[in-house]
Design a protein around this ligand. Structure first.
Ligand SMILES: Nc1ncnc2c1ncn2[C@@H]1O[C@H](COP(=O)(O)OP(=O)(O)O)[C@@H](O)[C@H]1O
Ligand SMILES: [Mg+2]
Length: 193
């Protein structure tokens, strides 16, 4: 039951994606992580303007699968199962991927590390942060932004905060209350090497 559900989830997610960029001989996987409102999607959007990759934004994927997202752990587990299979599918086709999700738990990140290893692709990790006062303000303003895919508000931020587990691997950290360009430059340099 779970397997057929996942397979049809993956197909649904795949058909909701836009045009694909060109395939690479050795694609890469960029994994962004951080609490809601820290600026992950903004960062990924800026990055993708300079680097043709498929952005998998978990909030967009969540809306594709769930009409009324509740951000429960069962919902997230199903979403991540399908997302991980989708990432594998894209990498197999040589498509570089930017995975824009909270990725707070070590458990879920480990799965991504293993995917990158299995496919022999470069893995770049980015931890996105911002001061809580700024996040509070941003989330309040985002609620009226028709362009956002996220329904996560300050209460979701607070609920998720204790779930944040430190990244134990080498990664880039970006504080989005500052200029994000230097980190974008570094990430591009790393995947282009
Ligand atoms: N570096 C930044 N400079 C200016 N505004 C930003 C920046 N990062 C995020 N924002 C704004 O803050 C809000 C939350 O950012 P978003 O990228 O949606 O966060 P997340 O994807 O982590 O939940 C959005 O309205 C976004 O436009
Ligand atoms: Mg987002």
């Amino acid at each position: 039951m779970e397997q057929t559900e996942t397979a049809s989830d993956v197909e649904k997610l795949l058909s909701g994606l836009g045009r694909f960029p060109e395939a690479w001989a050795r694609p890469f996987l960029i994994v962004v992580s951080g609490l809601p409102g820290t600026g992950k999607s903004y960062f990924c959007h800026c990055l993708a303007q300079r680097l043709a990759a498929v952005i998998l934004e978990s909030d967009h994927l969540r809306r594709t699968l769930f009409l009324a997202p509740g951000y429960s752990s069962a919902e997230s587990a199903r979403l991540f199962r399908a997302s991980h299979l989708l990432i594998e599918r894209l990498l197999r086709q040589g498509l570089p991927v930017i995975f824009d999700a909270t990725n707070l738990s070590q458990h879920y990140r480990e799965k991504l590390y293993r995917i990158a290893e299995r496919f022999g692709v470069k893995l770049v990790l980015v931890r996105v942060e911002a001061p809580p006062e700024l996040v509070y303000q941003r989330l309040k303003e985002r609620q009226t932004d028709p362009g956002t895919n996220s329904e996560a508000d300050w209460s979701v931020y607070q609920r998720m905060k204790p779930q944040l587990e430190q990244i134990r691997r080498r990664h880039y950290a970006v504080d989005t209350s500052q200029d994000i360009t230097p980190v974008i430059d570094k990430v591009i340099r790393e995947v282009s090497r």
